[in-house]
Design a protein around this ligand. Structure first.
Ligand code: NAI
Ligand code: MG
Length: 358
């Protein structure tokens, strides 16, 4: 049976990097006879410019019926000035995540040995790094109501957001994390701020309770400020980290830098049935958009995650990951991962090299 893959390039560097990932998918589709069917849609600034909405109804409809979604990135200064915040490109992305209930965000941070010198940390601190951050994606302070900016009686303005997690939300992300830890190194670190925030007192309680069902997983807890410190001090102490939406957002960007470039990091966002949306961890990089120099590997590796987690095509996923490693062995580097003696390539040259390696 054919599987439907929806491709949402977005804006900024999105279309440039997604084109390369699509070429890679087309190549594995033929090579492994996967029977994938591709469809395309507009989201973010591209949706706003064409349809007046960052998440056009047609795109949402396609997203609901697709088996998996590959997304580039959205957002940029062009739309930052929009008075109606609901029309911002990022709202398109949040709408997809919440509309499809993609609560389980997997963000691996893997240091490719070929890029050891691209990390800002000493080689002995990061060599062999392979950690997985599991971030809750559809709850917490990014979605809590009420929220807004209001004017108080004395005329002073006040901004406010609501930090809230329901027990069921904590349990379902906990399950994703414990299952992942079970399949990996058997270590799970739950990151919270239980010394200050009640929401995370509950979070810690529930994780502790769930650990009883996973005797093979060793659970530990860490406050988020310490976790930020430990990530740059001794990142290899971690195997799987599970945390809420905002802490996960911040920690996964920090973890990204340990591996050299955010341009190398894929992500998966899964619903309860492992249907998912796959996208690079980085944003739309407006500073380099249109120059053909963005690193497409994070998006290509996201396509590999898509094959593994949503489409059950492990051999094709392995082949893509191997091809990425091969092009790094060939010393091909986009500017973000370039170091002396390497061969500098463009976005499309990098994509073409991956297809060739396949
Ligand atoms: P960003 O991730 O877009 O860029 C941060 C830095 O990393 C920039 O210097 C950029 O040039 C570089 N970079 C990012 N991806 C790269 C790649 N593939 N190759 C080479 N260099 C790369 O984050 P920033 O600048 O904070 O946000 C820019 C816009 O993207 C904003 O509008 C923001 O809201 C949006 N954004 C969107 C996300 C998404 O679509 N998932 C996630 C994060 C930010
Ligand atoms: Mg972020």
């Amino acid at each position: 049976m054919s599987k439907k893959v929806l491709i949402l390039p977005g804006d900024g560097i999105g279309p440039e990097i997604v084109t390369e990932a699509e070429n890679v998918l087309v190549a594995v589709n033929a090579k492994f006879n996967l029977g994938l069917e591709f469809d395309h849609g507009l989201v973010g600034g591209a949706g706003y410019d064409a349809n007046g909405h960052p998440l056009p109804a047609e795109t949402m409809e396609k997203a609901r019926t697709a088996d998996a979604i590959l997304l580039g990135a959205v957002g940029g200064p062009k739309w930052d000035a929009l008075e109606d915040r609901e029309m911002r490109p990022e709202k398109g992305l949040l709408g997809l995540r919440s509309g499809l209930e993609l609560f389980g965000n997997l963000r691996p941070a893997i240091l490719y040995p070929q890029l050891a010198d691209a990390s800002s940390l000493k080689p002995e601190v990061v060599s062999g790094l392979d950690i997985l951050i599991v971030r809750e994606l559809t709850g917490g302070i990014y979605f809590g109501q009420p929220r807004g900016i209001r004017t108080l009686e004395n005329g002073e303005r006040e901004g406010y957001n609501t930090y809230v997690y329901r027990e069921s939300e904590i349990r379902r992300i906990g399950k994703v994390a414990f299952e992942a830890a079970k399949k990996r190194g058997g270590k799970l670190c739950s990151v919270d701020k239980a010394n200050v925030l009640e929401v995370t007192v509950l979070w810690r309680e529930i994780m502790t309770e769930m650990a009883k069902d996973y005797p093979e997983v060793e659970l530990s807890h860490m406050y988020v400020d310490n976790a930020a410190m430990q990530l740059v001090r001794a990142p290899k102490q971690f195997d799987v980290i599970v945390t809420g939406n905002m802490f996960g957002d911040i920690l996964s960007d920090a973890a990204a830098m340990l591996t050299g470039s955010i341009g190398m990091l894929p992500s998966a966002s899964l619903d309860k049935d492992n249907k998912g949306m796959y996208e690079p961890c980085h944003g739309s990089a407006p500073d380099i958009a249109g120059q053909g120099i963005a690193n497409p590997l994070a998006t290509i590796l996201s396509a590999a995650m898509m094959l593994r987690y949503s489409l059950g095509e492990n051999a094709a996923a392995d082949a893509i990951e191997k091809a990425v490693s091969d092009v790094l062995d060939q010393n091909l580097r986009t500017p973000d991962i370039y170091s002396e003696g390497m061969t500098k390539v463009s976005t499309s040259e990098m994509g073409a090299a991956v297809v060739k390696a396949l």
